[in-house]
Design a binder for this molecule. Structure first.
Ligand code: AKG
Length: 303
């Protein structure tokens, strides 16, 4: 017990050093106070990351639908509050691996969900003009009351500008502390306490799963494009299943933390006698490689 407590403290110290090295203290304070934070492009999008992600997203859309979305004049289903969503983006292009390994994003996510956090899904949202708003909700997906600790968090890379007219995400600052879902009229996007994000392409929004959020309908012409990463603690079932499905070449070209994030240390359900033991053994090499690389100890190993 004392050993586990010491490990947890030194992992928090390790994280705080990362936060300070990256200059993220104010964004951590935002997350704690408001439940969300907006990181500007100069920190969130190194080496033109957002521009490269945007091109890759448009390429994927063209490959999957046969038509390249037109950012200036394009449209999506006007009856949908989310426009069009393309899921399972991680393995579509190496730039999406880079988006997952972005140290700024990882420090903020680790603050919320610890070092054993995993990617549940990576999807691209493309949203055109519509009358339909996305009502306020939480992402924790439990009945109220919600646990105070974040079970999930979400990262949104803004690949085009976000503001009210362009169909921005909105948040109720501090609502993560209420540990409950909005109800009835509270879910209205016109909630007096709801604040729209107004930020340029290249910014990164990170939020705690309990914070009340939704999105305005887009009224400006053209398309809003963003990449959404749902990150979850390892006890939460993931939306996309990468266990045993990441090509070795992808694992080899990334740091050991990539394998943890891409679910390789999760133990899948089993039914055959002996499979549990084999599945646990399979995860150990990924856990050990990460622990050696980082000096961090994952709770999974000490269960
Ligand atoms: O698309 C947005 O701006 C908001 C997305 C959202 O509400 C969600 O991902 O839960």
């Amino acid at each position: 017990m004392a050993e586990a407590a010491t490990a947890a403290k030194s992992d928090r110290d390790h994280l705080w050093n990362e936060v300070c090295d990256l200059g993220l203290q104010t964004y951590i304070a935002d997350l704690d106070a408001n439940g969300y934070t907006v990181v500007p492009p100069e920190l969130a999008s190194p080496n033109g990351l957002a521009e490269r992600m945007l091109e890759a997203c448009l390429d994927v859309a063209e490959r999957r639908s046969g038509e390249r979305p037109d950012l200036a004049t394009g449209s999506t289903d006007p009856d949908s509050p989310v426009g069009g969503a393309m899921d399972t983006m991680l393995l579509e292009h190496p730039v999406f691996e880079e988006s997952l390994m972005n140290p700024v994003m990882l420090a903020l996510v680790t603050h919320l969900c610890d070092y054993n956090v995993v990617l549940s899904s990576m999807s691209c949202s493309i949203k055109g003009p519509s009358d339909v708003q996305f009502h306020l909700h939480t992402d924790t997906r439990l009945p109220s009351p919600l646990p105070a600790q974040a079970l999930v968090c979400k990262c949104i890379y803004l690949l085009t500008d976000f503001n009210r007219d362009k169909g921005s995400t909105v948040f109720v600052p501090g609502s993560h502390k209420w540990c409950r879902n909005p109800e009835g009229s509270e879910t209205s996007i016109d909630n007096d306490h709801a604040v729209p994000i107004d930020a340029p392409a290249g910014s990164l929004v990170v939020f705690q799963g309990n914070v009340w959020h939704g999105a305005h309908n887009r009224v400006a012409p053209g398309l809003r494009v963003s990449l959404h990463l749902l990150m979850v603690r390892p006890i939460i079932r993931t939306r996309e299943d990468f266990i045993g499905r990441i090509p070795q070449a992808v694992l080899d070209r990334n740091p050991a933390r990539f394998a943890i994030l891409a679910q390789q240390a999760l133990v899948p359900g089993s039914i055959e006698p002996g499979d549990l033991k084999l599945n646990v053994q399979r995860t150990q090499k990924y856990i050990s490689a990460f622990e050696e690389e980082s000096g961090v100890r994952l709770p999974a190993k000490h269960r």
